[in-house]
Design a protein around this ligand. Structure first.
Ligand code: GLV
Length: 315
């Protein structure tokens, strides 16, 4: 019997949903911290559902044909052995778009309206006015115009912002006023007050934002990162913020997670830190299972899967 192995914690209805989509398959549930069970399960797995497949487990997974991760970002799964193999990788792209769109607007509004300071004042019962700004008329630049970037664009346009975007294949994109290719990065960063990183982490985007790019954003500009920490040269970001060469930042992802307590970012009043939760939502697992179940049905019937990752491109 072909085996599905999952490290995802399932409720009864979700377990049933998977079983119904794959009659004739065995479903093996393993805890991600149970090393022995993981090894035994890996050796049996034809299908893997979950994000935590290591190169060590992959080496044991001789029967593996397909991995459905529950993340959008797949950089951790793209180790050389997997990239070189015939194993198909699918992700849950699209699932995070609305919730991350909300999170980005929350961060932008919070900094524009001085919310961090207002919250502190409220805690101290202090009635003091603070400077606030409106978003209408501001320019927002989005790096990466996949589902997440487009969800941000839609919201930003509704706020009256002018939206610029950088995209590997520059093509007209809904709610984006101007789309440029990667060589347009300088222009987009220079013209935007708010810069949102919504691109995947790949060898091409690793360290994309360094001292030069931060200088393009400039002292009136804000950086919002909901992609991956390694998109940004974090020491350079800290320095730019400390020296007033960047107005502020909204950061959900970091070079090291959890962000170490010693990071100066924790103590900056113009930085809003969230613990890698931008993509969280009410029913994350349920939605991921829905994508998986649909793909399982396709897999069984030999139809093309949805959300296949281009393993060489990295997303
Ligand atoms: C979360 O960071 C994801 O990639 O889904």
């Amino acid at each position: 019997m072909p085996t599905i192995v999952t490290t995802v914690a399932l409720t009864d209805p979700l377990r049933r949903r998977i079983r119904e989509a794959a009659p004739g398959f065995d479903l093996v549930e393993v805890r991600r911290d149970d090393a022995d069970a993981l090894k035994a399960a890996a050796a049996e797995a034809e299908v893997w559902f979950g994000p935590h497949l290591t190169p060590e487990l992959f080496a044991l997974a001789r029967r593996l044909r397909w991995i459905q991760t529950t993340y959008a970002g797949v950089e951790r799964l793209l180790f050389p052995e997997l990239v070189a193999s015939d194993v198909v990788l699918t992700n849950v792209r699209g699932m995070h778009a609305d919730t991350i769109g909300d999170h980005v607007m929350m961060g932008i509004l919070a900094l524009a309206r001085n919310l961090p300071r207002l919250v502190l004042q409220q805690a101290a019962a202090r009635w003091l006015t603070v400077p606030v700004a409106e978003l209408a008329g501001d320019t927002l630049g989005i790096v990466g115009l996949g589902a997440i970037g487009q969800a941000v664009a839609r919201r930003a346009q509704a706020f009256g912002m002018r939206v610029l975007g950088v995209r590997r294949n520059p093509q007209p994109t809904p709610h984006v006023d101007e789309v440029l290719g990667p060589d347009g990065l300088e222009q987009v960063l220079t013209r935007s007050r708010w810069v949102v990183l919504a691109c995947p982490l790949t060898p091409q985007t690793h360290g994309l934002i360094g001292p030069r790019e931060l200088a393009w954003i400039g002292p009136e500009g804000y950086l919002i990162n909901i992609g991956r920490g390694a998109l940004v040269d974090e020491p350079a970001l800290v320095k730019a913020l400390q020296e007033g060469r960047l107005a502020g930042a909204v950061l959900d992802v970091f070079a090291e997670e959890p962000l170490p307590e010693s990071s100066p970012l924790w103590r900056m009043p113009n930085v809003l830190i969230t613990p890698h939760i931008a993509g969280q939502q009410r029913d994350y697992t349920g939605r991921a299972v829905e994508i998986f179940a649909d793909n399982l049905d396709r897999y069984r019937r030999g139809l093309p899967l949805r959300n296949v990752v281009d393993k060489r491109a990295g997303y």
